[in-house]
Design a protein around this ligand. Structure first.
Ligand code: ZN
Length: 79
């Protein structure tokens, strides 16, 4: 007897505990974070990736703005 379907999952990124797997049979990306696992269809995964990239950029901008504020406040005290 043959099993009807075997999943061939490949690791796209990360390592044990926090990684992204992809099942070529199901066409599903799997996001593993600790005990949590999120299965996403390819297009949903791509949307998530775009969203994460945007969030990361905004966070970097927010950090830069805060540093600038602190810098301006400090130079303001000097004068
Ligand atoms: Zn599968």
């Amino acid at each position: 007897m043959k099993s009807s379907k075997t999943c061939h999952r490949i690791v796209l990124a990360g390592e044990e505990g926090c990684r992204v797997l992809y099942c070529e049979d199901c066409k599903v990306a799997e996001l593993e974070i600790g005990a949590m696992s999120l299965r996403l269809e390819t297009h949903a995964f791509e949307s998530l990736a775009v969203m994460m990239r945007q969030a990361e950029q905004r966070l970097a901008l927010a950090k830069a703005a805060r540093l600038e504020e602190r810098f301006n406040a400090r130079s303001g005290n000097v004068h």
